[in-house]
Ligand binder design. Structure first.
Ligand SMILES: [Zn+2]
Ligand SMILES: [Zn+2]
Length: 135
């Protein structure tokens, strides 16, 4: 497995972004955004959300909202957020982080492709990707 050896500037930018992310995720405003997101989803589709990977039940207490994009962190649009249960969310991140090629695709597209793969786990996967020996 290749190690991309990112440059220092990139790492620092990423560390800052991570800190912003952690602060936002821990905020009351994010909890409020989650409730808003749920209301908006339910109004749009006429039923509560399900996990987009396995179609299992999703609720505010147990469910995660994956960021398809961090471009609007703190003022996400509805489409920036994808409902996933904890297990599927964890699997998505394992795949996303297992191969730098996903990063080069761009996060929104990588998210969509990985979710499609989680929905259909028998679809062919690149042989250089290892998702089993982690965690
Ligand atoms: Zn799921
Ligand atoms: Zn996520």
């Amino acid at each position: 497995m290749r190690d991309p050896r990112p440059g220092l500037a990139w790492s620092r930018r990423r560390a800052t972004r991570r800190a912003d992310y952690a602060t936002w995720m821990a905020s009351a405003a994010w909890q409020q955004r989650r409730r808003q997101w749920l209301a908006s989803w339910t109004a749009r589709y006429g039923h509560p959300p399900t996990c987009q990977a396995c179609a299992g039940p999703w609720n505010l207490h147990d469910g995660d909202l994956h960021h398809r994009s961090y471009a609007r962190l703190g003022h996400e649009t509805d489409r920036d957020l994808v409902p996933l249960d904890r297990d599927c969310h964890q699997r998505l991140h394992q795949i996303l982080e297992s191969n730098p090629a996903w990063g080069r695709l761009g996060r929104p597209q990588a998210t969509d492709l990985i979710i499609a793969r989680l929905r259909h786990p028998t679809s062919p996967r690149p042989d250089h990707e290892d998702t089993n020996d982690r965690r």
